[in-house]
Design a protein around this ligand. Structure first.
Ligand code: ZN
Length: 100
């Protein structure tokens, strides 16, 4: 791939388990799990930053579960696996609808 040849001595490249490549500063302590929401597993985006810092999750999980259950969330409560699976399916359906 051509872009890989453009990496300089200050950058390093990592391949995410989903197949895409991530270019980061060479001294960055790369941990793949930091790229995904710890609740839903979706890739974290820049607009998730506030919720990552406050609740260690993406904005969607923050609005759906963390904010309404703030005290429980900060004490370690998380939605059960089935509830998370339902939410993930709904998000995937909404993504499909947007692309149609
Ligand atoms: Zn999430």
């Amino acid at each position: 791939m051509k872009f890989i040849n453009n990496i300089n001595e200050y950058q390093s490249i990592h391949q995410h388990s989903d197949g895409f490549f991530i270019i980061s500063p060479r001294n960055y302590n790369f941990i793949e799990n930091n790229l995904d929401c710890q609740v839903c597993g979706f890739l974290l985006l820049q607009n998730d930053d506030v919720y990552v810092e406050k609740f260690s999750c993406c904005i969607k999980c923050g609005l759906k579960w963390a904010e309404p259950n703030r005290d429980s969330w900060l004490n370690g409560w998380r939605p059960d696996d089935n509830e998370i699976k339902v939410e993930i399916l709904q998000r995937k359906k909404s993504l499909i609808n947007i692309n149609v």
